[in-house]
Write a protein that binds this ligand. Sequence first.
Ligand code: ZLM
Ligand code: CA
Ligand code: ZN
Length: 376
Amino acid sequence: MASASKRKVDYFHDPDVGAYTYGIGHPMKPHRIQVAHELITAYDMLDKMQVLRAKRASAEQMTRFHTDEYVHFLNRVTPETAEELTYHGTRFLVGEDNPAFEGLFEFCSISAGGSIGAAQRIAAGSSDIAVNWAGGLHHAKKREASGFCYINDIVLGILELLRTYPRVLYIDIDCHHGDGVEEAFYTTDRVMTCSFHKFGEYFPGTGTQEDRGRGKGKGYAVNIPLKDGITDESYQSVFEPVISKILEVYRPSAVVLQCGADSLSGDKLGCFNLTMYGHSHCVQFLRQQNVPLILLGGGGYTVKNVGRTWAYETACALGIENEIDTNLPWNPYFEWFGPRYRLEVAGNNMDDLNVKDGSLDRVRINALEQLRELNP
Ligand code: ZLM
Ligand code: CA
Ligand code: ZN
């Protein structure tokens, strides 16, 4: 298939998802998914793809990865009972990162339902690219919430793909390390995980290049630790060769791309300097590979830029990005997008610490070395 040719795209969206809130002042805002959706709508993309409202994931589906006790807890907890509800004397939800907000379990069901649904549609051959911007919550662990994530929709989606496919590649361009997904598949060669992330005095603190998997999974976890200020050019100079090499040696049957938007320039929690184009290039690059693809959300804390980027990446999935007018069309949030009212996320003049000390070259060489050792 030529790169310009069309793909069947499934777009999972639940009209309720934007109404959930983690609480006043919390950086994670589900509303950004609704903002992206309004731009996608305003750009007339809905009639170019299959728009699906996923079946919400059941507690039982969640226990394919999480423990019964943990899922049961999430299903019962309310803002009022969070303090008392314990499991073996330890609280599941600790601290401000993971509050017990109103509708928490429903929110998790929507996020996970979309990623499981995306995996089912891909595995059935019903679509070429499936999109779930409510997914991508990569920090959630088997029995623990972490970093704004409660249920790991990504792991659940990959487990669904593994029912059909022998090998799945997971790529994570969120500014944070994709630790929950890496941990879930750390000892298997049926899933290769590859996370690009800020490393060094940054949450969650894992993801060095020495962490490569264990047992049968040895070599199948790839980590690309980065420093502040990485630009489009620098990012591409490591993303393309590493992902190309993975595709060559691993030959995945499907790819799951976590498109965390906190790697964009100007993100409230991130520290990279990617423009919308640099971020979206990762989507374009994978679309060109003609491998079944799932696009998920993730982080992203400067709401307008998240909306812009995920809308543009939806256009990339459709292959219509060159027809997009970068002057924003009218939409319910139009006023927010001033003063320029454009579909853009510009870079800034911060230093790229990855090139200053040559660490980017070392990281690339190291990763390629790891991949060369994989095939005997
Ligand atoms: N404190 N409110 C990325 C997940 C990042 C752990 C330091 C909490 C925040 C942050 C929460 C107002 C993904 C840590 C932070 C303050 C212990 C993190 C609530 C501000 C606020 O103002 C805040 C009620 C909150 C949380 C900042 N937390 C910034 N960074 C990280 C988690 C998730 O993007 O990768 C995928 C969705 N947590 O650094 C602390 C160590 C808790
Ligand atoms: Ca990452
Ligand atoms: Zn993040």
